[in-house]
Design a protein around this ligand. Structure first.
Ligand code: F0G
Length: 452
């Protein structure tokens, strides 16, 4: 059921086909190089791209810009306490700032970190501390067709194998990312979180939850986990129970904080809090603003409360589900079940004539832009070299931003691109100024003339 009407609008334009062809070429077949004005429907990310509510805009105006002891910080602190259940928070400029603060406080050279799947920035921050990030997804995570309701879960079996190999003393931190963004945004059950808590206790590790999409995850729990199936179950109760198993959380407010910028670490552990606070002063700012303007802190305090309103989160997740169902009905291969923040297309299935080395996902991303000015992102061989993942394209849905007509256009675009899939050429990298892990942000490519 729709939960919003528009109060402010932003003009968008579909460039002509000729312009799109030109833009794609000028961008080196990498849509990160496109200007937003060149994009009609922008599904590159759901991070910081959503629309704020009138209550958030009102909070912005009332933001307290005091360097120390800002009222806006008090509001954020009480929102985090009420919604997420933690009493100490360290604000940061965004999620990766929180990762730097927390992992920099917890890790040392030679440590191993276990995570259901490390998101790119998490992996980079763990590695930056000289530690080794190891993924422990469940078997079904990379099966685009499995109907397992919690494909985002953390595999305790895999984790145990790693601990047996390296020794528990080398694994000081276990992380659960909810929802599991790098495994097609799949949700994590509360039961799995409970078992990871027990496992962390067993090996005497700190248990961290990456809570970026905690509200979407909680909604899935109410829909799919028997224990929480009672229609009276409140999203906030699920959230508090699930996050309550963790020793600390890292949060990007750009997702379920419903803001354009911001993040934080939260914990009930006073010692860890003090450590994080000191590191935050070095990298982020004084602990009552932490790299954000006071007004941004104020908007996030309101956003966190809105994120757990049933009407909001049901509207959000159901919109994404419907978008996925529309694509599937148009014979576009999609990863199922659909996540809470994005629809993932299975480019390997859509373009079977292209081997992984010809980047089928990136080829599909380019065609979606060429055909309809739609920007998605490749999450396959181009973004993750040398890993055995499905060739996915993520169409991320900004929160409270697009409507049915926008999705109709994307579905028509994808269906039209896939009318003659065999005509879509593969790509090769022609310039890569970055390391292999970060190449998808800046590398340039060209169509392979002999791939079709
Ligand atoms: N953790 C997860 C699971 C994320 O998805 C992200 C960001 C971060 C941490 C880092 O947060 O961007 O605020 O610094 N994900 C965005 C995305 C960029 O497009 O999925 P950040």
């Amino acid at each position: 059921m729709v939960a919003y009407k528009s109060k402010m609008v932003e003009r968008i334009r579909l460039p002509s086909r000729e312009q799109r062809e030109h833009n794609l070429d000028a961008a080196g077949y990498n849509v990160f190089n496109l200007n937003s004005e060149e994009v009609f429907i922008d599904l590159l990310t759901d991070s910081g791209t959503g629309a704020m509510s009138d209550a958030q805009w009102a909070a912005l105006i009332r933001g307290d810009e005091a360097y120390a002891g800002s009222k806006s910080f008090d509001r954020l602190e009480s929102a985090v306490r009420d919604v997420m259940g933690f009493s100490h928070i360290v604000p940061t400029h965004q999620g990766r700032g929180a990762e730097n603060v927390l992992y920099g406080s917890l890790l040392s050279e030679g440590d191993v970190v276990l995570n259901n799947t490390h998101f790119d920035t998490t992996r980079a921050h763990v590695a930056n501390q000289g530690a080794d990030p190891v993924d422990c997804p469940v078997e079904t995570a990379h099966d685009p067709d499995s109907e397992d309701p919690f494909k985002g879960n953390f595999s305790i079996d895999r984790a145990r194998t790693v601990v047996d190999e390296v020794g528990a003393e080398h694994v000081p931190v276990v992380v659960q990312t909810i929802t599991n963004n790098s495994a097609a945004g799949q949700p994590v059950s509360v039961d799995n979180t409970r078992r990871v808590r027990e496992f962390a206790d067993e090996i005497d590790a700190t248990f961290v939850i990456d809570a970026c999409r905690f509200a979407e995850n909680a909604y899935f729990v109410t829909q799919r986990e028997d224990e929480f199936a009672d229609p009276e179950t409140d999203i906030v109760d699920v959230t508090r129970e699930q996050l309550g198993y963790a020793d600390a959380i890292v949060m990007s407010g750009k997702k379920d904080g419903l803001v354009n910028v911001g993040g934080f670490v939260a914990t009930d552990d006073r010692t860890l809090f003090e450590r994080c606070k000191q590191r935050a002063i070095l990298y982020e700012g004084f602990p009552t603003y932490g790299g954000m303007a006071g007004r941004d802190v104020a908007a996030m305090a309101v956003g966190l409360r809105e994120a757990v309103e049933e009407a909001y989160v049901a509207d959000r997740v159901e919109q994404v589900r419907e978008f996925g169902a529309q694509l599937a009905a148009a014979d576009v291969p999609v990863y199922t079940p659909t996540s809470g923040h994005a629809v993932y297309l299975d480019a390997g299935e859509a373009l079977p004539h292209l081997p992984d080395e010809a980047f089928p996902g990136q080829a599909l991303v380019c065609e979606l832009y060429r055909e309809g000015g739609v920007r998605g992102v490749e999450l396959g061989s181009f973004a993750f070299p040398d890993t055995d993942r499905p060739e996915l394209v993520r169409l991320a849905v900004p929160r409270r931003t697009y409507h049915r007509e926008h999705f109709d256009h994307v579905v028509e675009t994808a269906a039209s691109v896939l009318e003659s899939p065999e005509e879509i050429p593969g790509l090769e990298i022609t310039a890569n100024p970055a390391t292999p892990e970060l190449r998808h942000f800046t590398a340039e490519l060209e169509p392979l003339s002999d791939s079709v």
